[in-house]
Design a protein around this ligand. Structure first.
Ligand code: UTP
Length: 290
């Protein structure tokens, strides 16, 4: 299965940084967010990755390419031990890039994968979302696809107060954490929301979605919404939502990024002790006086 990773958005929730720097390259410890996304795809068995980039996003392409100058520099300056850190990256998978010439929405970005993907089921993962679980979330969705033969959307319950920030699913439970989808609605008001089951950003999709995206009119915020095309898909083919096991980190806004950074640092054996000590000090010095 191939994966499409849209990473061409403007990242307005992270301005001013994103004026000149892609949010998908925001570091979590020592590697960019999109590196973790690719790692999850690879651990799920995917070896063909199409990344949708846009203006100012060429450093994503550079990151997954070889860097002969840097390799040479490390080799001749006694830093050979660092070489695997950078040489492994381009070998993780077969990387392909396509440009979205203006940020017309997630649906438009996914639609650009049509020629590369062809007439097969494929995966979509967001370039600014990291998930952590014993079995990679994409692998969990691929297994559900194997069992059901349908499209599968990763979802989580977000609580009624947050439904207006997400695509929301309506359907009936047909198994453990498995919902047969009747319809989907993008960012509904609390009154309109059919549930609090929210789309999180990992999908296994039927190629029919490409045809549907072509005829999807701009929706919320004037963007081509993937959720609108998925709603149409659910009227034509089997679409399931799956409450995956694991934790999702939205690194696309400042609070989400800060929390992810702290949690990953605490869990990292290289930095955890230091950071925990530091956090305890900060709580004493700063948090208590707030
Ligand atoms: P987001 O909605 O989080 O990205 O899309 P955004 O539009 O850049 O963010 P804000 O709301 O302005 O802060 C999820 C993923 O889809 C990509 C983004 O790069 C992100 O990784 N995306 C979004 C595209 O590739 N193209 C688009 O037109 C929109």
């Amino acid at each position: 299965m191939k994966v499409v990773i849209p990473a061409a958005g403007l990242g307005t929730r992270f301005l001013p940084l994103t004026k000149a720097s892609p949010k998908e390259m925001m570091p979590i410890i020592d590697r960019p967010t999109i590196h973790y996304v690719v790692e999850e795809a690879v651990e799920s068995g995917v070896d063909d990755i199409l990344i949708v980039i846009g203006k100012g996003k060429h450093i994503i392409e550079d990151y997954f390419d070889r860097s002969w100058e840097l390799e040479n520099h490390l080799s001749i300056n006694g830093k050979r031990a660092l070489l695997p850190l950078i040489t492994k990256i381009p070998d993780m998978a077969s990387f392909h890039f396509i440009r979205q010439n203006s940020p017309k929405g997630l649906g438009d970005a996914v639609g650009l994968g049509r020629d590369h993907v062809g007439n097969e089921f494929f995966a979509v993962m967001l370039g600014d979302n990291i998930t952590v679980s014993p079995v990679p979330v994409l692998k969990q969705l691929m297994d559900v696809h194997e069992r059901t033969g349908g499209s599968v959307i990763g979802v989580e319950r977000v609580g009624q107060d947050r439904v207006s920030q997400y695509g929301i699913v309506s359907g009936r439970m047909v198994g453990n954490g498995l919902i047969k989808v009747d319809s989907l609605v993008e960012k509904p008001s609390i009154e309109e929301a059919p549930s609090d089951i929210a789309i999180t950003g990992t999908y296994v999709l039927s190629p029919t979605i490409f045809k549907l995206l072509k005829s999807t009119a701009p929706g919320k915020h004037g963007e081509i919404q993937l959720t609108d095309a998925l709603n149409e898909l659910a009227q034509q083919e089997d679409v399931y939502a799956y409450e995956f096991e694991g934790h999702r980190y939205d690194v696309g806004d400042v609070t989400g990024w800060l929390k992810t950074q702290i949690e990953f640092a605490v869990a990292d054996p290289r930095y955890g002790d230091d950071i925990c000590k530091f956090i305890t000090e900060v709580i004493d010095r700063k948090c208590k006086e707030r």
